[in-house]
Design a protein around this ligand. Sequence first.
Ligand code: NAI
Length: 718
Amino acid sequence: MTVFQWHRDDAGIVTLTMDAPGQSANTMNGAFRADLGAAVERLRGEREAVRGVIVTSAKDSFLAGGDLDELLTFGPEQADAFFASLEQMKGWLRELETFGFPVVAALNGTALGGGWEIALACHHRIAIDSPRSRFGLPEVTLGLMPGAGGVTRMVRLLGLQEAMPYLMEGKQVKPADALKAGLVQDLAVDAADMMAKARAWIAANPAPRQPWDRDNYRMPGGLPSSPKVAGLLTVAPAMLRDKTKGCYPAPEAILASAVEGARVAFDTACRIESRYMTSLTVGPVAKNMITAFWQQMRALKSGVSRPAGVPSWRAAQVGVLGAGMMGSGIAYAAASKGLPVVLKDVSLEAAEKGKGYSRALLEKSVERGRLTTEAMNKTLNLIRPTVDAADLAGCDLIIEAVFESVELKARVTAEAEALLGPDAIMASNTSTLPISKLADASKRPANFIGLHFFSPVDKMQLVEIVVGRQTSPETLARAFDFVLQIGKLPIVVNDSRGFFTSRVFTAFVMEGIVMLGEGRPPAAIENAALMAGMPVGPLAISDEISLSLYAAIAAQNKAGVEAEGGVYVRHPGEDVVERMVGEFKRPGKAAGAGFYEYPKDGRKHLWPGLAQHYPVAAEEAPFDDLRDRILYIQAIEAVRCYEEGVLRSVGDANLGSIFGIGFPGWTGGVLQFINHVGPAAFVARARQLAERYGIRFESPQRLIEMAETGARFTNEAA
Ligand code: NAI
């Protein structure tokens, strides 16, 4: 055995210590499975001499979960083999819990996914009460489900209703909460205490049985046939469908596996679970989600987009110019990670108001018991509101978030730079203006970069780092480090009008808007986006952002393109935007009127006037077309960004699209979606959409080549 260390003491207690060689954490990979089998076989052989077993780990954590890289390699051809290996592993775990001697999980650290499933197969769980430890089953967040008995045992341990948040939402708990929930039975102060308690429990419980193997076992909360549970189960699938729109097979499989499994014997339930797990593992959605949320996320955080060779950096003090919506959010993001912030606006009152935004957020956390008043005050004391530019002296990073105007941004840049040290970085939070152009106003364009935050800053994890023509690798590396320092997710893109995320987002909303102009029913447009998995419909989100802003950005883009000697290609949706703003005076939610009505005393609803001004076309479009248009147009725009060198990596595109604009997670992101469909099928469908709805659906050359060669978007840099 290489993963499990076997040690049997004089009292006949076997300690199985998991310590996968060459890995920082134990995972349920092939070597682990082989060793688990070997350990169970040896226990079987030495059964008479064994008084009890303690399962623990030599790593910081207990066991991290399945080997996701390995899971990515299982396609439909491997379904039978995968099912068989799951069944085999479950057989071993079942044997372990039915040998007759006590088995204790000594949880020295975090046990998630497969780690928690091993723990569940033990009769007794003792955890070191460490604030860093987490227990739970996060598989669903990667399009998977617990497949090593986790669904079967959690349902039998807690009951259907109580188990659901862990199974369907991936809820994780700390040791103390796990104790309260009945997931662990005892806490220990340290490893020695834990092992002593494990031994004592074994001595006191020579022949324990799992709750579900006891003669008097009753499922907590009742069986699916009991009136209360049956009542819940009649609505559960509909509620789930409403949430996932049928885009996510994992929660559906979990619910089905839990309910079906609750009605049958333990071993049958386990087999049902293996079947569902196999279908998810070999299916496309788990592949998409693992690729984006595991592989590409890990690559991103490890700094694949960060220039190598630049020493790691931490900002010591940040200046934020403009205490409006974005500036106050950025100030909060930095201060809440312990970074001093100078927050400047045109009046002290405005700057104080910006600080007030942090106060409101922090007070809410205090109210909810997540923060102490002392910690709140400490964070607030880090934000210094000011009207005096001289206070910026000493900042090593300035982020400007003043109005979207080239002249104003040039002025504040010059003013700030005069006060900064030679290495300080000047960043702009502009959402539309080319960074290289803004850098013209800088005396040190190598130190100038775009840091594009998203609204609301406290909730949105993504920051799009925009590299200008003259931005130096040092500046990029430091900006990258800063984004990680404040706990956000950095993607790196090259300069272009709208960068990456705004271009793709614009493609999305304008597609919805142009559908309206074509005479597609507005409710169908909104629903098509929701059914595709977008969080909000294009008309609703446009109202939130404001149609007058769209009009202003379009005008600005047109002027910019023409100033550069290019020809501006007008989007057909611009006609609708102009009429909404000009003719109907309905620029959006802030004005109280947009595509939607916003009654003071009721829920918003689509403006009935849309039906009159945009009557439904005589020829109906298939609903699939509406839904596909929403996804395809974004993917096509992303490929254009890739082709033009705006995007630097596939992972940045995928994660940027999911975290920046809500591109559906089930797709694994905007480029992975093309892999999902298959480039050839994508190009064929895009051609059909181009014939029906306009040339903007024509595939970029790069995609046509990929369709011909069968190439796919992979994790390598573009
Ligand atoms: P805002 O209008 O809420 O805030 C701008 C603030 O800048 C105001 O408080 C204003 O008083 C202040 N200001 C104006 N001149 C100043 C000066 N000379 N010195 C210091 N402060 C000055 O605008 P918002 O929405 O916060 O946008 C700011 C920037 O962030 C813009 O460039 C915008 O394009 C960008 N952005 C906006 C997003 C959004 O969703 N609103 C998203 C991402 C970027």
